[in-house]
Ligand binder design. Structure first.
Ligand code: 0O2
Length: 211
């Protein structure tokens, strides 16, 4: 049965979510600024597109419950770091670290955690670069520092993750071994494709330079 916030905690949660939503917009604006620069002031744009999402109260309650925590607004605020999430989709794997480094250099951002699931893919085959950062939100009376999860991956990695997520959801985390294996193999093939597309791009660039 689904776990839910009590009416009192839900009222408190809604107030917290305003801050998370502000932090997400703040982060989106930072990435949008970079995108404008890449597109208009630089010769190369590594960002294909950007998606944002706020975790729903139902998924927040579910995650707290899975971690054995009480379903309170306080726990949501202090224990979860992925209520606000932004996903940046890059053209090539090489662009991922470049973009992550640019974000990490922003002086008012604090890096809470970074995970390179490209260098070390998850056992499922999942590849992506994750950053948990703290963004300052300037309110009328005080500054709040709110965590935002930044996921950076290629289009190919994103394609795999989206479809794998749908399949896994169907099995409620109890996926048959054969499907797990198939998905893992697809992740390997996709990683190979990423490499090949990058090589093609390099070949095209050097051919054009020679002309
Ligand atoms: P959603 O709906 O995308 O937000 P935790 O955050 O506690 O679950 P951890 O180790 O702290 O786990 O974070 P992790 O594993 O670095 O990143 C969690 C998020 O990465 C997930 O969020 C997914 O978005 C994504 N992810 C991680 N592993 C996989 C995987 O095997 N397949 C796919 N498709 N996505 C993955 P949520 O909360 O699970 O979901």
């Amino acid at each position: 049965m689904a776990v839910l916030f009590s009416p009192e905690e839900f009222t408190k949660l809604k107030k917290e979510l305003v801050l998370f939503s502000c932090a997400l917009k703040n982060m989106e604006m930072r990435v949008w600024t970079l995108l404008e620069e890449f597109q208009n002031l630089q010769t190369y744009n590594p960002i294909e597109h950007v998606k944002t999402r706020m975790k729903s109260p139902e998924s927040i309650a579910d995650k707290l419950n899975r971690r054995g925590l009480e379903i309170t607004a306080e726990n949501a605020r202090t224990q979860l770091t992925d209520i606000a999430g932004i996903r940046c989709i890059c053209s090539y794997a090489r662009d991922i670290i470049t973009l992550a480094d640019i974000i990490k250099r922003q002086p008012d951002i604090k890096i809470l955690r970074q995970r390179d699931y490209i260098e070390s893919p998850k056992p499922s085959g999942y590849r992506s670069y994750h950053l948990i950062i703290e963004v300052p939100i300037y309110l009328t009376e005080q500054t709040e520092r709110i965590p935002v999860e930044v996921q950076i991956r290629t289009q190919a990695m994103d394609f795999w993750a989206a479809l794998e997520h749908k399949v896994r959801y169907k099995f409620n985390d109890d996926m048959p071994e054969s499907i797990t294996k198939n998905l893992w193999e697809c992740a390997e093939q996709i990683s190979e494709l990423d490499k090949q597309m990058f090589e093609i791009q390099n070949m095209a660039n050097s051919t054009r330079e020679k002309k």
